[in-house]
Design a protein around this ligand. Structure first.
Ligand code: CIR
Length: 257
């Protein structure tokens, strides 16, 4: 992975508990979510990243999941068109920041839809989940942009995997290998790839994030942490309970570039 120097985040806003969720884990506690987000920002800084903090949004309960509204690959930004209608206008909240940071940016256009959570960069390849949020047209638009950057896009249809929101809810690419949740084991592009296969009870921890040689991992999943440490990686464990209640993982909380 290229070195990351900057990240964009947005703490959860007052309406956080009204966001989309299928987790069935109860309502999140906003003050605990804010404390967890604080620790997340700290962890990014410990990884050597400058953190740009956008203001919380009350109008868009899911706006803390900034990863879904833009894709940034090799310093090139593309605004997305989120698949959930309630999230589509979140893009407007981040456009100015993207315009200020990048000389040029592109955007996914209708009928395309794409959530950043479906985009998994893996060296010179980029896997894009076709999901309830990301459609073929959205993936193709991103694919053309990636091609111009010398990357190969591979679509991965995850629609038959029940309960899987985004591709990166079940896989991560860390230090040249995949971290794979059981529900993603059968995905064709992953066969034969170097991988850490995690246990049934640790699926949530598949959404881990490598930043400059360290890996952010959700706390409470000791076998995933141990497997990553066993490969020589420095692991930073973070409490994520309140974001998990809203179907969000570690990667969703930032845009790293
Ligand atoms: C949603 O359903 O859109 C949010 N509640 C969770 C989004 C999580 N984002 C991600 O995995 N990239």
């Amino acid at each position: 992975m290229p070195a990351f120097t900057r990240a964009i985040v947005r703490p959860p806003g007052p309406s956080f508990a009204k966001g989309l969720t299928s987790a069935g884990k109860g309502a999140p506690d906003l003050s605990l979510a804010l404390a967890q987000h604080d620790a997340y920002r700290d962890a990014l800084r410990r990884c050597g990243v400058d953190v740009f903090e956008l203001p919380p949004s009350d109008a868009f309960p899911d706006a803390t999941f900034v990863e879904d509204v833009a894709v940034i690959v090799d310093g090139h930004a593309m605004l997305t068109r989120p698949g959930a209608p309630s999230r589509r206008d979140e893009v407007g909240l981040i456009r100015d920041k993207i315009a200020a940071l990048f000389d040029h940016y592109d955007a996914i256009a209708a009928p395309g839809t794409l959530d950043g959570g479906d985009v998994c960069e893996a060296g010179d390849r980029c896997f894009v989940g076709i999901s309830d949020r990301t459609n073929e047209a959205g993936a193709d638009q991103l694919g053309r942009r990636l091609e111009s950057l010398g990357k190969r896009m591979e679509k991965v249809d995850i629609r038959s995997i029940r309960g899987l929101l985004h591709l990166k809810s079940a896989i991560a690419f860390v230090n040249g290998m995949f971290v794979v949740a059981p529900i993603a084991r059968a995905l064709p592009p992953l066969s034969g790839e170097p991988a850490i296969y995690i246990g049934d009870d640790e699926t949530y921890a598949a959404n881990c994030v490598e930043i400059n040689g360290r890996v952010l991992v959700a706390a409470g999943f000791p076998r995933v942490s141990a497997a990553l440490k066993g490969r020589g990686l420095t692991v930073i464990e973070l409490q994520m309970s309140e974001f998990e209640k809203m179907d969000g993982g570690l990667s969703c909380l930032s845009l790293r570039f």
